[in-house]
Design a protein around this ligand. Structure first.
Ligand code: URA
Ligand code: CA
Length: 445
């Protein structure tokens, strides 16, 4: 078997065998064939697609290209959650302590931000002292002891994806359904959980812009999960505006703490409760996802969720007193309130541009090597559907300098469209996809 033969088959749209796919994944992990041949096959896959069987075989071969985390020492059903990325999306920091407080173990490996999207690890590292680098042994021990840990990928998980993702980024082959599915699921399956809740974003700040493409991605992930023997529930949720009101690392931690303390709510809380409800249901802790949501609400009311957050921060070497006093989080030099300056309705937001505004302030990276400023970002004070007047608060900027604040103010203003016509609120969820099919959710759900 040679790479040349495999590329030739896929070039004509033929189905690859399990052995051919395994050869490709192995070659990517071990770098035993030149990048140009890997890239040629990626483009052939991008153009001609893959069957569910091929996508499943690719996912499993990529999973098996490296280590697989062994979580069997943790009692109970381990449910992981993955979001395809967004702006102001702090659901992990809200739901991980809540789900753990409701009795389901949360052993979560998260990622860093890149481009316009934030990453959970960067947000966590804005807490003074906190480490996200744990050995697998310490990770498992922490989850056994307190029920929750959120860390960076340990060991060598799905190294084939590392090579292939790097090549996709520079060969215009990121937007391929089988390549996205195998990339995400190979890592999730290698992370060792028993079931997965996926949050597939759709809209201006998402990997898939249209609802139809996002649904196809969700359905494909659920089918491949089924074929791989891992139950997956995928929700399709909106990125038509940043999910939370806070954008920026320490600011997003603050919002998560405010929600856990019962002081804040909104769309971030709603989405966190919905995803967490499914996690508790899959973990066998709640009869229905709705019952799981009720349990999480009680964990907020009783303070159990915030207490779990403190335990997690302390276990990972961080300062848990930030949960009692959020002013102990990093604080920016320049804090500037900005008002809308116009009358009308908030009709549209360019979520990607809003993410890039925070990135330009120092909250995100342009390359993996960039250092972050945890303190910077902004708090958005309007949502789609809001009626505003010139003096209505638009946002509060947290910047390194007045000049940075000026640039961010201009970027945020141009990313938010005000209209003369009344505009309805945006809905958070569009669909729930399970092995039994797609359930579309109407406006307002
Ligand atoms: N995230 C990933 O990890 N892989 C993709 O292909 C897309 C998003
Ligand atoms: Ca993520």
């Amino acid at each position: 078997m040679t790479m040349l033969e495999i590329i030739g088959k896929k070039k004509y749209g033929q189905e690859l065998t399990k052995e051919e796919i395994a050869f490709f994944a192995e070659a990517a992990a071990e770098k035993t064939v030149p990048d140009y041949q890997l890239a040629a096959l990626l483009m052939a896959i991008r153009l001609n697609g893959m069957t569910d069987r091929e996508t499943t075989d690719l996912t499993l071969a990529m999973r098996d290209s490296g280590d697989i985390a062994d979580l069997s020492a943790i009692p109970g059903i381990k449910v992981d959650k993955h979001s395809t990325g967004g702006v102001g999306d702090t659901t992990t920091l809200v739901l991980a302590p809540l789900v753990a407080a409701c009795g389901a173990p949360v052993a979560k490996m998260s990622g860093r931000g890149l481009g316009h999207t934030g990453g959970t690890l960067d947000k966590l590292e804005s807490i003074p002292g906190l480490s996200v680098t744990l050995s697998v042994e310490d990770f498992v021990r922490q989850v056994k002891e307190i029920g929750v840990a959120v860390i960076g990928q340990t060991g060598r998980l799905a190294p084939a994806d590392k090579t292939l993702y790097g090549l996709r980024d520079v060969t215009s082959t990121v937007d391929s359904l089988p390549l996205i599915v195998s990339s995400i699921l190979s890592k999730k399956l290698a992370a060792g959980s028993d079931a997965i809740v996926l949050d597939v974003k759709t809209g201006s700040g998402a990997i898939m812009r249209t609802l139809e493409d996002s649904l196809k991605l969700a359905e494909s992930m659920v089918r491949v999960g089924e074929l791989a023997g891992k139950p997956i529930v995928a929700l399709v949720s909106s990125m038509d505006q940043p999910l939370g009101t806070h954008v920026g690392n320490a600011l997003e931690v603050k919002e998560a703490i405010d929600i856990l303390a019962g002081r804040a709510g909104g769309d971030l809380l709603e989405v966190s409760l919905t995803l967490g409800g499914f996690m508790l249901h899959l973990a066998g802790r709640a009869e229905t996802p709705e019952a799981g949501q009720q349990m999480m609400k009680q964990a907020i009311a009783s303070g159990a969720g915030l207490e779990k957050m403190k335990q997690m921060i302390a276990a990972q070497g961080g300062d848990p007193s930030v949960c009692d006093d959020v002013t102990r989080l990093p604080r920016a030099k320049v804090i500037r309130p900005v008002s809308c300056g116009v009358s009308g309705w908030v009709t549209k937001m360019d979520t990607m541009a809003l993410g890039m505004a925070a990135q330009a302030m120092g909250a995100g990276r342009l390359t993996m090597e960039d250092r972050l400023d945890y303190s910077v970002g902004y708090v958005l004070q309007v949502r789609i559907g809001d009626r505003v007047e010139p003096d209505t608060p638009l946002c509060v900027l947290h910047a390194r300098s007045e000049a940075d604040a000026d640039r961010a103010e201009a970027a945020i203003r141009s990313a938010i469209i005000f209209g003369r016509e009344h505009c309805g609120r945006a809905q958070n969820f569009h669909a729930v996809v399970t092995k039994d099919g797609v359930r579309r959710l109407g406006a307002g759900s």
